[in-house]
Structures are given as structure tokens and as C-alpha cells.
Design a protein around this ligand. Sequence first.
Ligand code: EPZ
Length: 427
Amino acid sequence: MTELSTDIIIQGCQPISGTIQAGGAKNSVLKLMAAAILAAGQTHITNVPDISDVQTMAEVLRQLGVAVTLEQSALTIDTSTVTSYVAPPELVNQMRASIAVLGPLLGRFHQAQVAVPGGCKIGERQLDLHFSALEALGMQYHTDTVYIHASAPQGLKGAPVNLSFPSVGATENLMMAAVLAEGETVIDNAAREPEIVDLADYLVAMGAQIKGAGTPQIRIIGVRQLKPVAEYQTIGDRIVSGTFLVAGALLGGPLTVEGIKPAHLAAALDKLISMGVTVQAKENSITVFRERPLIPQNIQTLPFPGFPTDLQPQFMVLDCLAKGQALVAENIFENRFQHVRELQQMGAHIKTQGHFATVEGVEQLQGAIVQSSDLRGGAALVLAGLVAKGQTRVTNTEHIDRGYERLTEKLSALGATLTRAGWRTAG
Ligand code: EPZ
């Protein structure tokens, strides 16, 4: 089988500056798409990024009988005729976030059959918190080698749920089931990410009764029926924004990202300032520039509002070029250092031990052929290529295309020199 893949080839050290749009948040819009299942009818979601994960979630919904179209960054979703409750392995294995249909299918239809998501590159990605939370509302389930078979034969009843870890996905699945459950659900130790608040706002627009999203305790009173939202705009993508801001910090800027709320990136912006980067925040945009050497900063990833794990690889590149030593602690995922060996290929001095990485800054990185293993690690390698001496070829860029819309075009528009090089493997 011939497989077409494309590498990204970067000529390093080209100054970049200018203004770029954040685009809609991948980790919100995928859940808004799933939440549309909760009501019959047509809804429009705008500020939708054109990325492969959105295409995959659209395919999952189509498998359920939902009509989905994406045109000019806007989704039209019609859930009038849901004819199936099955999310098949070939789609779930492409994208673990497909598990987000579990809660809404249970909420509206009291049944769901979702393929067991494969483990992924950055960690085990258990679902135990999803299952125990939904069981508290009355879900019964069993898993075979392919599927999670879930149902709520007595319907769903609200209940108090204390999450042992503020899991984003578990909080979202629980919210989407609880909005149609009978009675009140109180979620303690809930995830507080901006994407949780966006999902809650979308559900409230559908007629749900939710209070406290964005705080550790979310209270939901179930209603009998929800209605589709006529039109809803997704929040800006804070991780894509943070990735571009790191590009500006690496090369000096000034670089402005528009369509993002600075409050969604507070921990990352504080870290940039501590690294010697000038940050100017306005209501819906952030500008960075740097005129002094990078100062090394320790990084420890935490649930929101702590430093986001999804920006750990990108910020590690900054530490690779800072004057001194920094310690990076990856506390959220157990295997999120796969970009390290590639950065070492480029001359970075990094030592890892378990979930710690010690970074010794170097004068300059050297261009090399490096391999993306996951979405954010791949983005970090592109950033390293932008600042490295000579040419860098980043392979397996399909990982990057899952979450970055037109990355090469957007960086080229800022002055970077990078292209895509297609190649074929005869299989
Ligand atoms: C979401 O993943 C994001 N993905 C991730 O972004 C992000 O890194 C993560 O939240 C943390 O912010 C989407 O929203 C699609 P979790 P999710 O449940 O929901 C463990 C990206 O690059 N855990 O908060 O899976 C889990 O294994 C991606 O855009 C359990 O043990 O995150 C992980 O170690 C990567 N049992 C940790 O908790 C469970 O039942 C955080 O997981 C659930 C999670």
C-alpha cells in the first residue's frame, strides 16, 4: 500500500514577526461536537479549526447517524436522526477523544458502545475515573476486547462525585451525562480548564442547569430535555497560541496572537516573563518580544490553572537555549518526553530520569532530521527547527496536523522559511 506522508523542512534562524490568529480550541470543539448529541436538531459551531481531529470527530458523529458539515471554520451538525450508539475501533483508535461521546449517548439514549481507546504515545490514558463517575449516576458497563458496552437500564440519577484526580475528560463525560440525569449532581475536584467552562457554557445555552464550571466544584441539576444551540463560538486555542508565542520568544518577535484570552494562558505567560520575554496582554490578544538572553526556568506541569502539560515540550526548547540549568517535571503524563531524544539529536543537553528532565542550555541548536512522536512534541521540534542553525526535517507530521491548522502556511506568513516535502513509501 502506498502511503503518502509529508515532512516539514525548515531553514533555521529566519526572523519571524507579525500577527497570527489563534483559531478555535481543539480540546473544546471536539467536546462541543459530542455534546450536540444531547439534543435533537441543528446546531452551528463557529471558530472551528480545520484539523484532522475535527474531521475524525465528524466521522464518529456520522457513524451515529448525525449529519455534519464543516465549511469556512463553521460546523453544521444535525442530530435529528441518531440511528446508532456505536463508536467503532477504526475511529476511536485514531483519536482517543472519541470517548467524549460516551457521556452524551448515555445522557440522551441510556446506552453506548464505544471502542476501547488504544493506549497512546504519551501515557497509559486510563478511563477508570470516567467509569467510576458515570457508575455513580447509574451507568452499568462491561468491556470485551474491542468495546465498552455501557447502559443505564434504570436511567441516570444525579449523585455526588468526588474525582480523585481533576481529569479533564472525566469531568466532561460526567457533565454531559448529568445534564439529563434526574436530580442534582455535584462534582468535587472537577477539572478547571477553560475548555471545561466552554463546554458548560455550551450546555447552558442548550438549556442545562450548571453552576461552578471553572471552579473545583460543579453543581448540575438535570433537566428533562435540551434544545440545540442555534450558534456557538468556540474559545481560542490556548495551546496553539502558546506554541506561537514560544516561536516569538525564541526568535525575538515581536509576535502577536489574536483571538485568545490571556487569562487562559496565565501560567505560561508568567513563565515567559520569568525567562526574560516581554509580554503585552490585551483583552483578546497577546504580544511577545525578547531583547535579552533567555533565563532558564524550572517547569512543572499541573492541572489548570497550573502550567499546562500541552506546552511542556515547547517550553523545553526555550530552556534548551537559556543560560544555565532548568528542571522540567512532567506530572500529568507518564511518557511525555519523546521529543527529548530528537532535541538531543539537534545538540540539546537534556538528561531524563522518570518524569524529570534536566536541561543544560546551549549556545545554539543544529538542524537535523527529527521524528514527531506526538502532537505537542512534534510542534516543539518545529519550533527547534525555526531557531536551529541550518536545515531541519521533521518527519511523521501527521501527528502535528491533528491539532495545528495550516502550521507551515501560518509560520511562513510570519517570515519563517519552511516547506512540506511529500514522499511515498511503496508498501
Ligand atoms: C485532555 O486529555 C486533553 N485532550 C489533553 O491534550 C491534555 O493534555 C489533558 O486533557 C490535560 O490537560 C483533549 O481534551 C482531547 P485527563 P484527557 O483526563 O482528558 C490520567 C493534546 O495534546 N487519567 O485530565 O485525557 C491520564 O492517564 C492532548 O491536545 C486516569 O488515570 O486528560 C493522564 O495521565 C494531550 N484515569 C491524566 O490523568 C482517567 O480515567 C490526565 O488526564 C482519566 C485520566
